[in-house]
Ligand binder design. Structure first.
Ligand code: PLP
Length: 427
């Protein structure tokens, strides 16, 4: 067995378990943390063996192994995604978010419009506004129960707002969509027509469920710059011990960005992270395959449970990522009732949809990268909470719900704002 869902430690220094944060977001420390997008699983043995080897050396001389890192990443992409990447086109960055922050500052100007597809990983809006760029949201469309890109809206907004760049997330956090080659081709064509830079965040690229194929934006011919950002963090649970990388096809742009990052001395990655990255990409296949099978089993279990016990809860089947996006609106509860039942009674620390820009207040994201028994216990509690709530006459008339929603949405925004201030790039 390469992969074990049983993690040896739970530590309340982990962001997701910090009592102060749980109190802030859930009003209690008695919740199971499904909100941060990291995993509870022990990392693959080849990675921990490599870290132990480095620690046991006891000497930490200057050591940069960039070339070996880029070769390992290239080989991984060829093996896992049939993508040929040239090691010379990479640039190393401290992390994916810091990479995007750098690119925005280097390649756009203050005041420039930068687009995201909403709902979107909440740190994207912070990255844009903190760089004093103008945030433009293009909402995804729900068509026949599936999230789709609004390509018409995208092009119109690009024209209307003179958009200069787009942060594009593939696979998409929080909806779990894996964009198809055809969808990506449309995005690239629009970007080319209007000279828009695409910054493609592909950090979730390896978490793809059966029946779906990941396509990287590096695979499109375009002078109009396509940049890949990735890291082994999500794939191998190396959240606090990894760095990120950028891939740029265009040689001029590659040179410019490499120089900028080097001028800031940000390309000197920690050797422990670098060796761990190489070990992960060289020897992590079997562990990842096992983990994906485990996650698929968990998804299947949730699907069955919901169908049987909470049929009005809508789950968007993720094509990729270990985030699951839920719509609770079918339960016809006010936001207050919903948070009471989910956070307080079922003790599920889900991420409120408002963090991702979802306005309805009825959406929540759940990280399923934990032991399945935790999830089973939580859903059982949720079922009981909803049954009890219904028996207590929790379902109110529509007018009353609307009033609740209006008053609750301001507190969501407050939580969102305070989260933004804490600057954690974790979830
Ligand atoms: C889409 C996306 N990009 C970036 C990150 C964070 O990446 P890093 O920790 O390398 O900055 C996350 C973390 O959840 C994410 O979901």
């Amino acid at each position: 067995m390469h992969f074990s869902p049983h993690a040896p430690v739970a530590d309340n220094q982990f962001i997701k378990s910090k009592p102060a944060m749980l109190n802030q977001f859930y009003g209690s420390t008695d919740v199971f943390p499904y909100w941060v997008a990291d995993m509870d699983f022990s990392i693959a043995k080849p990675i921990s063996d490599e870290l132990q080897r480095l620690v046991s050396r006891g000497v930490y001389s200057y050591e940069f192994i960039e070339k070996a890192v880029f070769e390992a990443i290239s080989n991984w992409h060829l093996r896992r995604h049939q993508i040929t990447l040239s090691p010379e086109h990479f640039v190393q960055v401290p992390g994916v978010l810091s990479g995007i922050a750098l690119l925005l500052r280097q390649l756009t100007d203050k005041g420039d419009a930068v687009m995201i597809q909403s709902p979107a990983y909440h740190q994207f809006s912070g990255l844009i506004t903190k760089a004093q760029r103008t945030l433009i949201k293009n909402d995804l469309q729900l068509i026949q129960g599936e999230y789709q890109l609004d390509l018409k809206g995208m092009e119109q907004q690009i024209i209307d707002n003179q958009v200069k760049a787009m942060i594009f997330c593939n696979p998409h956090n929080p909806t779990g969509r894996v964009w198809t080659r055809a969808e990506l081709a449309d995005v690239v064509a629009i970007a080319q027509r209007h000279n828009v830079l695409i910054i493609s965040d592909e950090i979730h690229a390896d978490i793809i469920y059966q029946g779906n194929v990941f396509t990287s934006l590096t695979q499109f011919e375009s002078d109009n710059i396509i940049t890949l950002l990735g890291s082994p963090a999500k794939t191998f649970g190396m959240h606090s011990i990894s760095h990120g990388y950028i891939y740029i096809n265009n040689p001029d742009l590659h040179g410019k960005i490499k120089q900028h990052i080097s001028d800031l001395y940000l390309d000197h990655a920690n050797a422990l992270s670098s060796y761990a990255t190489v070990a992960a990409y060289q020897h992590g296949d079997a562990w990842l395959d096992d983990m994906m099978a485990y996650l698929q089993g968990t998804l299947d279990w949730i699907n069955d449970f919901i169908k049987q016990h909470i049929p009005r809860l809508r789950m968007y089947q993720p094509q990729g990522t270990y985030q699951v996006w839920f719509d609770f609106s079918g339960l016809e509860l006010s936001e207050d009732q919903l948070t009471q039942q989910i956070f307080k009674q079922a003790k599920m620390g889900l991420t409120p949809g408002a963090w991702f820009g979802e306005q309805s207040g009825q959406f929540m994201r759940m990280n399923i990268a934990t032991k399945r028994e935790n999830i089973m216990g939580s859903f059982e509690l949720l079922k009981q909470a909803l049954t009890k709530g219904a028996a207590n006459g929790a379902i109110q008339n529509h007018a009353c719900q609307q009033a609740d929603i209006a008053s609750a949405s301001s507190s969501d925004l407050a939580a969102d704002a305070s989260f933004g201030k804490s600057n954690n790039s974790c979830c």
